[in-house]
Design a protein around this ligand. Structure first.
Ligand code: N2P
Length: 368
């Protein structure tokens, strides 16, 4: 009897105990997400909707500059956005992002503490963002087409030569060179190639990178927001892009039985690591739904699906057990310690540096 009484009493107390959840549910069951293209596992959104009853409106943006413009304008209507680590510090400083409410993210414990430490430089105390996925900027190739276009010239020792050295670009332009279309995607690898700090804020360094870039401008066929179709569809044989997207292109070429082998290279002087992060705009209307989405994403099997389907690692340590062996062993998805050690870690760029990079990039692109 006594235990029944306790149970009954417990029941009576329930509505009070559930008050915070009730407050969360007071939000209309809508979540507006703004992410990069080709960056979500196939069933994730529908599964989240089924599990939570929250309806997701999903839109995409093509580069960090486009997202930045939306956030600065305000009233974007988005509840979840996915800024690259390069932009996060400036966005936090400008008050554009809300702090995460970790009490609503029990799966936060699944995150890899070492990877989270890599973000404290852009988000002190890991208060505002957590990784959606990470990868590195590098060079992707269609192996057979590149070998053919290079002829007697052997592959360079440093893969960056394929996109920055006129000796190689002059030969490769026949099968197509593609660059990402964004100042903050091109200037950092260009700076790294000429031996400067990839995230230098010095306008003189940007100018020097621009001078190097000008020498290869006539050999660049396309500027693009993703390398997937360019490489898999044969528009380009070489791309300056993200390893993850190059991995997707490789997968697609295989599935299409095109006979073409596409590969993300590991440059001898290192690629540039980036994190894309889950963040909530300061004026988001559905921040609690955003926390529910983040918590859902941090389930081991949900994060693992992103890695398995798209070839992007997440920071969800608990998801690693669900990553398929073929993906886990792919060095273009999970570079080994040696390669990671060569890579440029993520860093922040201030507004003035980004403006200076944009000016250099714009005149580079125009000057054919
Ligand atoms: C999505 C690629 C986004 C990664 N396919 C670059 N930040």
């Amino acid at each position: 009897m006594a235990s029944l009484a306790v149970a009954a009493c417990g029941k009576k107390e329930e509505p009070k105990a559930a008050a915070p959840a009730a407050a969360a549910n007071a939000e209309e069951k809508v979540l507006n997400v703004y992410n990069w293209p080709d960056y979500v596992a196939q069933d994730m959104i529908t599964n989240f909707e089924k599990e939570t009853g929250i309806k997701v409106n999903y839109q995409t943006f093509e580069n960090n500059e486009a997202l930045q413009a939306k956030l600065v304008a305000g009233n974007s209507g988005f509840d979840i956005v996915v800024p690259g680590s390069v932009f996060v510090k400036a966005q936090i400083e400008a008050g554009l992002l809300k702090k995460l409410d970790k009490s609503q993210i029990p799966n936060y414990k699944n995150l890899d503490a070492d990877l989270m430490k890599k973000l404290v430089g852009v988000d002190a105390g890991n208060e505002h963002v957590l990784p959606w996925a990470w990868s590195f900027t590098t060079v992707g190739i269609n192996k057979a087409k590149v070998a053919k276009a290079l002829g007697n010239t052997p592959m360079p020792d440093n893969a960056w030569d394929l996109v920055f050295n006129p000796t190689y670009t002059a030969k490769l332009k026949s099968c197509g060179i593609a660059y990402l279309d964004s100042p903050t995607e091109i200037l950092p690898p260009a700076l790294h190639y000429i031996g400067k700090n990839a995230y230098s804020e010095d306008a003189a360094d940007h100018k020097a990178a621009g001078e190097m870039l000008a020498k290869v401008r006539k050999d660049i066929r396309l500027f693009s927001s993703t390398m997937i179709d360019d490489l898999a569809g044969g528009k380009a044989c070489v791309a300056l892009g993200w390893a993850g997207d190059i991995n997707i292109a490789a997968k697609r070429a295989k599935e299409n039985k095109s006979g073409q082998e596409i590969e993300a290279l590991l440059p001898k002087t290192g690629g540039l690591i980036f994190f894309d992060t889950l963040a909530v705009p300061a004026d988001a209307k559905h921040p609690n739904n955003a926390m529910a989405f983040i918590n859902y994403f941090l389930k081991p099997e949900v994060s693992a699906a992103l890695t398995n389907e798209l070839g992007y690692p997440t920071a969800n340590k608990a998801s690693l057990a669900n990553v398929e062996p073929e993906t886990a062993q792919n060095k273009a998805v999970f570079p080994d310690e040696g390669n990671l050690g060569l890579m440029v870690p993520p860093a922040a760029l201030g507004n003035a540096a980004r403006e200076s990079m944009t000016a250099v990039y714009t005149s580079f692109k125009k000057g054919k």
